[in-house]
Design a binder for this molecule. Structure first.
Ligand code: HEM
Length: 519
């Protein structure tokens, strides 16, 4: 942390500066002059002029109360005046691209000395590149956008487009053909679901749930129906601009009237008299990226059932922000369609065949959410392991309490089981056609998502208990825990709520019961 050219001091010299008008302290061998800062210290003056702090080594006390990033902020970094003679920094903040050394903070395949049958050298190379990208570009933008509530910076979208991350997030397929993926690291024909898993799990590390959805979550779920069911003409017209992040798309299915109950939807589409256009009326609610979308993949009631239609923003389309418990960065919208016209050529799949279009979309959407949920809960394990090691209560580190260790054990078990099941399903996806996946994996993926998010909710609850008041405070040591606990219900609801998905899994199993089986 401190540069070699800094002045050196002995501990005895530092100890002489122990008064309010001449106040130095030592943190991790660095010497800080807090004389002018002390009166402005957010933790109060008294904490700093305490006789155990002023002029002393306050490393343990500091890290019990502040995150590392406090010391890295320019306004505080410049309080450093030197380093203790003959000593070096023993503590190191995470740097760009780092793999965490904290046990269980990384999935096994990334942990030193462990093996995996699933990941190749190519997946590893991609992982390194996406981690650097996330640390360098996404994390700073995520923090700034969570503060101001605006959507992710267009520069971030453009950079992602340059690396073809928008295209890769749609999974393997023809849409990757001819593209240079992540600067050429992966060949389009070699890109598989483990590559996609790596991208999801790295990006979610930016630790901002609303921002994560703002990073074109709407495209991840709204574009597949166009790619899989749109006409060639429609695809040629809309897909290139969407994958270049020049235009935005969202999936507009749920309504105030019906969420998980897709058959209960009330938005209607009727044909114009000359039969060339759909006329759409109704409303949609909780639509991710809806506030800034140019295209809407809309589920509509039609004469012969349910039909999915691509609607372009234009006369009669209105979107307004819904205030949810995560940030407005996600652009969550309430949308009204008032006699909105869309060409009949914008129909996705068969007229009346919308249920099939939607159901085949769900598997991928839910699997993507499982990737994110598995990785995000692991991040909470890391926070809790660090905190319980560095935080002392009743004179001992928190992790010396058996009740705390029991909570850590449960968290770790949940994170590991979710990741391992996810990898097993991903392996099946790599070896099955899209159609086979729909038949064989709908139940498994539904179960995994419901299991993963219930694990995540328990982990969020345990983490708040471990962090105490800090787990409900937006700044400081527990900021990530507070954020996670507040936003975890999104995972448990979006893409199908836990109860609905568990039931779906059992119903799929019931359908596959052999007729001749008896106890
Ligand atoms: C370079 C030295 C220090 C800097 C730049 C600094 C800065 C800060 C900042 C920015 C906060 C607000 C924390 C947040 O909400 O993120 C804070 C809080 C606090 N600081 Fe410091 N601090 C320093 C040293 C110390 C030391 C040595 C102590 C002594 C124990 C201390 C005690 C506290 C306390 C008690 C709080 C309130 C924590 C809470 O609300 O949970 N600080 N400090």
């Amino acid at each position: 942390m401190a540069s070699k050219s800094l002045k050196t001091f002995t501990r005895e010299e530092v100890a002489k500066h122990n008064k309010q008008d001449d106040l130095w302290i030592i943190i991790d061998a660095n010497v800080y002059d807090l004389t002018r800062f002390a009166a402005m210290h957010p933790g109060g003056l008294a904490a700093l002029i305490d006789e155990e702090i002023a002029g002393q080594d306050a490393t343990d006390q500091f890290f019990a109360l502040h995150r590392f990033e406090v010391l890295l902020k320019p306004q505080y970094k410049r309080l450093t005046i030197g380093i203790i003679e003959g000593e070096e920094n023993a503590l190191h903040p995470p740097t760009i691209g780092d793999i965490s050394k904290i046990p269980y903070a990384e999935p096994t395949w990334l942990s030193e000395g462990y093996y995996s049958p699933y990941y190749t050298e190519n997946h590893r190379e991609l992982q390194k590149a996406v981690r650097r990208f996330t640390d360098e570009y996404l994390r700073p933008d995520a923090q700034a956008r969570e503060e101001d509530g605006k959507r992710p910076d267009q520069k971030v979208f453009d950079k992602m487009a340059e690396l073809e991350l928008h295209a890769m997030r749609m999974g393997p397929g023809k849409h990757l053909k001819g593209r240079t993926l992540m600067g050429g690291i992966v060949k389009p024909e070699e890109f598989d679901y483990f590559h996609e898993l790596v991208i999801m799990q790295e990006m979610v590390r930016c630790g901002a749930r609303g921002y994560g959805d703002g990073l074109l979550g709407g495209k991840v779920i709204g574009l597949p129906p166009v790619l899989n069911f749109g006409s060639e003409e429609l695809k040629a017209r809309v897909v290139p601009d969407i994958l270049a992040a020049k235009k935005f798309i969202c999936l507009a299915i749920s309504e105030a009237h019906a969420g998980s109950d897709v058959m209960g939807l009330q938005t209607t589409a009727v044909k114009s008299e000359d039969g060339t256009e759909w006329i759409i009326n109704g409303s949609k609610k909780w639509i991710t990226n809806g506030t800034f979308a140019d295209y809407f993949t809309v589920g509509c009631k039609t004469e012969d059932g349910f039909t999915v239609i691509l609607v372009e923003r234009g006369p009669g389309v209105e979107t307004r922000q819904i205030k949810t418990s995560y940030s407005t960065t996600a652009g969550t919208a309430f949308i009204t369609f008032d006699n909105v016209r869309a060409p009949v050529g914008n129909t996705l799949g068969e007229e009346g065949g919308g249920i099939f279009v939607m159901l085949s979309n769900f598997n991928h959407e839910r699997w993507v959410m499982c990737c994110a949920s598995a990785r995000a809960q692991r991040g909470i394990v890391e926070e809790c392991l660090k905190w319980t090691t560095q935080r002392k209560a009743f004179g001992k580190p928190l992790n010396s309490l058996a009740t705390i260790r029991a909570k850590l054990a449960a968290m770790i078990q949940r994170a590991e089981s979710v990741q391992n099941w996810l990898e097993s399903i991903t392996y099946q996806m790599c070896n099955m056609s899209y159609k086979q996946q729909a038949g064989k994996l709908a139940g498994q993926i539904a179960f995994l998502k419901s299991y993963s998010t219930s694990c995540a909710q328990e982990t969020a609850r345990d983490a708040v208990q471990i962090f105490g008041g800090r787990g409900i405070t937006k700044t400081g040591m527990g900021s990530l825990i507070e954020h996670y606990h507040r936003t975890i219900p999104f995972d448990a609801i979006l893409g199908g709520s836990e109860d609905v998905l568990s039931d779906l899994g059992v119903r799929q199993a019931m359908r596959s019961m052999p007729k001749d089986a008896r106890l």
